[in-house]
Design a binder for this molecule. Structure first.
Ligand code: GRF
Length: 201
């Protein structure tokens, strides 16, 4: 199965997917990486592994829908079956989400539905929670609201600041996201209403 990864930044989650694919445990191939930022290090990570890396400048498009449509065209040309958002900083338009129902995943650095949107780690710290974590979920038309696939908790330490907590959450993300993708690739995820049933086999 062909996977596309949409990125805006460092791409450490992309890196984890590439490693899993190279080890043969992802269940698919990272076919293309698309970024809305030219300077995203994720593009370099893709190229380092011989993976196509495309920068698409949002300023070259008159509206969000046109931008998203051009991504969809790239995805269709490459017969993409699953799209993984990995630090992609744009909200997808309904046109995009409807074109790929149940085929778009995202990872968020909090235990949703707590602390959605920007700065999930900072929001959790500011609130004073004792436990945070990360969530892999399907993407719907809302902001971090789609059915939850996998979650894992990460304790918040009293000495934590945003960077240290995000670092420990990242470590869990790098394990969780490839696993969620692999479950999808094996057809082991079924969405029933808000719930995603995982067939553990
Ligand atoms: C991750 O923490 C993810 O949860 C959030 O953005 C961050 C991306 O990090 N959506 P990276 O670019 O994969 O290193």
């Amino acid at each position: 199965m062909n996977l596309a990864v949409l990125v805006s930044g460092s791409g450490s989650n992309l890196q984890a997917m590439i490693h899993a694919a190279e080890k043969g445990v992802l269940g698919g191939t990272v076919k293309t990486v698309i970024s809305d930022r030219s300077e995203a290090f994720a593009l370099q990570r893709a190229r380092n592994h011989g993976i196509e890396a495309i920068y698409l400048n949002p300023r070259d498009f008159s509206c969000r829908e046109d931008y998203d449509q051009s991504i969809c065209t790239l995805l269709e040309e490459r017969a993409i079956e699953l799209i993984a958002l990995a630090g992609f900083m744009r909200l997808l338009s309904p046109v995009f989400v409807r074109r790929y129902p149940g085929q778009i995943m995202n990872i968020h650095p909090s235990l949703l539905p707590a602390f959605p949107g920007l700065d999930g780690v900072k929001q959790a710290l500011d609130y004073g929670v004792k436990v945070s974590g990360c969530t892999v979920h399907f993407v719907d038309e809302g902001l971090d609201t789609g059915p939850i696939i996998l979650q894992e908790a990460v304790p918040v330490l009293e000495t934590d600041h945003e960077e240290t907590l995000h670092q420990r959450i990242h470590q869990v993300e790098h394990r969780l996201y490839p696993r969620a993708i692999s479950l999808f690739m094996q057809g082991r995820l079924t969405v029933k209403g808000r719930r995603c049933i995982v067939d553990e086999g």
